[in-house]
Design a protein around this ligand. Structure first.
Ligand code: WAQ
Ligand code: MG
Length: 270
């Protein structure tokens, strides 16, 4: 529980025609709503395709308890070959308790466009970590994680840490925040993600103990397929509790984890 001032959820969603272009989520005190809206609208307008519609939604969290957590430790791997990045990402996921068939199912779905229409999903897949079965109720929307952000202090500190590693893109900071919220979810085993931006090839695997393991090349440049897979425990999962946490529970990152570069997997040498 935190003693932060009252927080507002600020969400942006930009679209053109019927297709989703970009979105972002923030949690800020009232006096930062203005600036945050401007940042998010600028972001929507910076895409190559001009949006037809930008929707910004602001909701007061009221007296909803805000969970304070530290961000996941981050390791940024220097690994230049896609096959090596994929293989090592699979290894980390398997070490977290995801079966190799579930890993393969996720890779395949992300590669091919995980939505039934063959495109990217708006949110994430939920995948049984043992069987690889998809459990999200809506396969084109997926589950959207919302209501998470850095506190002002943690935001400044993580900016410094990430810059020191050359990770200055807003995507890295946002993905680390999202992965942190997800890692604390009830029933989560691990997460896999890579971007759907054609020229952004980086992605990560994450869990609470190994942290955020970043791979620079999980796909070829020019490939516009990407997405997220949340691997969950087999059998005893309460999907409604998990979805409510991901979509509604406010999580503010008030402390930062360690950030370092590496050329091997965490817990290994070399
Ligand atoms: N909740 C659930 N899934 C989401 C959300 C969300 N709030 N936002 C995006 N997704 C899913 C959706 O399927 C997107 O197509 C996919 O993830 C990728 O979203 O430098 O940029 O915003 O360390 O393109 C990872 C590496 C980048 C960052 C991730 O995601 C780094 C990225 P994008
Ligand atoms: Mg994107």
């Amino acid at each position: 529980m935190s003693c932060e001032p009252l927080l507002y959820s600020v969400r942006m969603r930009a679209s053109t025609g019927r297709s989703h272009l970009s979105g972002a989520e923030r949690l800020v005190p009232a006096d930062r709503i203005d600036l945050t809206m401007k940042e998010l609208v600028d972001r929507a307008l910076s895409k190559q395709l001009a949006p037809d519609q930008i929707v910004v939604t602001i909701d007061a969290l009221g007296d909803m308890p805000v969970h304070s957590v530290p961000s996941l430790d981050l390791i940024s791997l220097d690994m230049h070959d896609i096959a090596a990045c994929r293989e090592n990402a699979a290894r980390v996921l398997e070490a977290s308790g995801v079966s190799s068939s579930a890993v393969l199912a996720a890779f395949r779905a992300l590669e091919q466009g995980a939505s039934p229409d063959g495109g990217n999903m708006r949110g994430a897949m939920i995948i049984d970590a043992e069987t690889g079965e998809r459990l999200e109720p809506d396969r084109s929307r997926g589950v959207r994680v919302s209501r998470f952000d850095w506190s002002e202090g943690a935001s400044e500190r993580i900016d410094r840490e990430l810059s020191a590693l050359g990770l200055t893109h807003f995507r890295t900071k946002e993905a680390l925040a999202l992965a942190t919220k997800v890692a604390y979810a009830p029933g989560i085993v691990a997460e896999l993600c890579w971007s759907d931006e054609p020229d952004y090839t980086a992605g990560y695997v994450a869990d609470r103990t190994k942290g955020y393991v970043r791979f620079p090349h999980l796909k070829h440049a020019g490939n516009g397929f990407g997405g997220r897979a949340f691997f969950v425990t087999h059998g005893d999962l309460d999907r409604n509790v998990l979805m409510a946490y991901l979509q509604e529970t406010p999580v503010l990152i008030t402390e930062i984890g360690t950030c370092r570069a590496g050329d091997g997997l965490p817990g290994r040498s070399g």
